[in-house]
Ligand binder design. Structure first.
Ligand SMILES: CC(C)(COP(=O)(O)OP(=O)(O)OC[C@H]1O[C@@H](n2cnc3c(N)ncnc32)[C@H](O)[C@@H]1OP(=O)(O)O)[C@@H](O)C(=O)NCCC(=O)NCCS
Length: 418
């Protein structure tokens, strides 16, 4: 029988591919390619395309799949940072799905990660079922909140006992927020560094050519010595019903470099006049918000799920870069059908640091590489994973020891998509 399908060629992007690659990206994400402002859109997107980290699949001249990565700096438990390959812009055009194009692109990318010396890859998965097969595991979780302000039993609002809050314009915000975020991200595992472009988009210095710029309210929290320790960005839907205000305040970003800053910004957000509901998305699963309310149940969790997925590549490097809850040793046997993370490793770690190297000792725990991704930032329990057969342990005591080592006081949180 004649083969009617010519081979689809996967190759690294060149500048000549840009327009076609962007068209395929839109189609893959079910967006009709825009004819309006076409050149400006292409120019805007060039900022995100690093030719060495971008590939496309081509069926003749037609681009039918896109794949891209960016270096992302991730904080791990204990405060060390690692450069991860942040995979993004993954699409395969509907007519070319389920022929292995994603699998081919992913294999190329993971090989490149190893060549570049990146010890892990991370991504934010559109659907749960896509990336486990490539050795990724869900490593952080998220929660969306809706606060019914009238049920929150807040008491009367008082300005902060320590420090102060100021509403500022975007220029003032842009002067302080990046530095606050730097301190915050080094203190919270799971967070990724924000690039300059992030702040340009928030402050309106850079605007997507197809979007209309909409400003937001920006609040800074300063401590008693005048240092800015936190910020809040929000917008409000001004609604009224029966002659009464029913505004909805949407928290776009609430970041505290100290617990005081975080608490004061939340107290402010839930007590703005005319606001009946506060909506906050992609918050950490252990957010302090409910604990600040007289009635914690008024902060309803409207969605919860996995967020950042993590694919270990260099196990000794990963495990030796984080700290652990208690000082102990463990032998982990990691299975990886793609080969990168396969092996048996002796971890000797504690609150002050760790070492990890290949070993021939008998394993305490046997697990798949994606399960290690699941555990790495401290969001999962080894006992829970063993209960569903994802970890095999030499004995129950080894499982409990691993649990105490890997879990962290605050849960990891990745506030940003990329
Ligand atoms: C998700 C997507 C990239 C998959 O591309 P693809 O080329 O069809 O994937 P492959 O053919 O390489 O599939 C490899 C395997 O993954 C499975 N798979 C692919 N997409 C899946 C999905 N959404 N859910 C569950 N399994 C999926 C395939 O069935 C196949 O399984 P098999 O190896 O057991 O046969 C593509 O469907 C797509 O572009 N979807 C819309 C955009 C999107 O969600 N992108 C991801 C953004 S994070």
């Amino acid at each position: 029988m004649t083969e009617h399908r010519p081979a689809v060629d996967i190759r690294w992007y060149t500048a000549d591919d840009h327009a076609e690659w962007c068209r395929a990206l839109d189609v893959g994400f079910l967006r009709l390619p825009s004819r309006e402002n076409h050149e400006a859109v292409l120019e805007y997107r060039r900022r995100w395309v690093d030719p060495d980290r971008t590939m496309g699949a081509f069926d003749g001249p037609r681009c039918v799949a896109t794949f891209n990565s960016q270096p992302q700096v991730l904080t791990v438990p204990g405060g060390a940072t690692l450069v991860a390959s942040g995979v993004t812009n993954v699409t395969v055009t509907s007519t070319h799905r389920r022929r292995g194009l994603l699998s081919r692109m992913m294999a190329r990318e993971l090989d490149r990660c190893r060549e570049r010396g990146e010890p892990l890859a991370i991504l934010d998965a559109a659907e749960y079922g896509i990336y486990g097969r490539y050795g990724y595991g869900p490593a952080t979780s998220m929660v969306n909140f809706e606060v019914d302000v009238h049920r929150a039993a807040l008491g009367s609002y008082a300005p902060p006992a320590n420090g102060r809050l100021d509403l500022v314009d975007p220029a003032e915000f842009g002067k302080h927020a990046p530095e606050v975020h730097e301190r915050f991200r080094l203190a919270r595992h799971g967070v990724i560094a924000r690039k300059a472009i992030w702040w340009q988009l928030v402050t309106g210095e850079l605007v997507h050519p197809l979007k209309q710029w909409k400003d937001a309210f920006h609040v800074l929290y300063r401590n008693d010595s005048g240092q800015v320790d936190g910020f809040l960005t929000y917008h409000v839907e001004d609604e009224w019903a029966d002659h009464r205000p029913q505004g909805v305040l949407h928290v776009q970003d609430l970041i505290g470099a100290t617990p005081e800053a975080e608490a004061e910004l939340w107290r402010y957000a839930v007590s703005v006049d005319w606001v009946a509901k506060v909506v906050a998305e992609n918050r950490p699963p252990d957010d302090i918000l409910p604990l600040l309310l007289g009635d914690a149940r008024s902060a309803r969790r409207t969605a919860a799920g996995d967020f950042l997925w993590l694919r270990p590549l260099d196990v000794p490097r990963l495990l030796s870069e984080r700290t652990y809850g208690v000082a102990d040793t463990l032998v982990l046997e990691v299975h990886d059908h793609m080969g990168y993370a396969q092996g048996r490793f002796l971890l000797d770690g504690g609150p002050d640091g760790a070492t990890c190297a290949a070993t021939t000792r008998e394993p305490d725990l046997v697990l798949e590489v994606g399960t290690l991704g699941n555990l790495y930032l401290g969001d999962e329990s080894t006992v829970r994973l063993a209960a569903v057969g994802r970890i095999e342990a030499s004995d129950r005591e080894a499982l409990s020891r691993a649990d105490v080592m890997f879990r962290t006081g605050r849960r990891p949180w990745c506030p940003d998509s990329f």
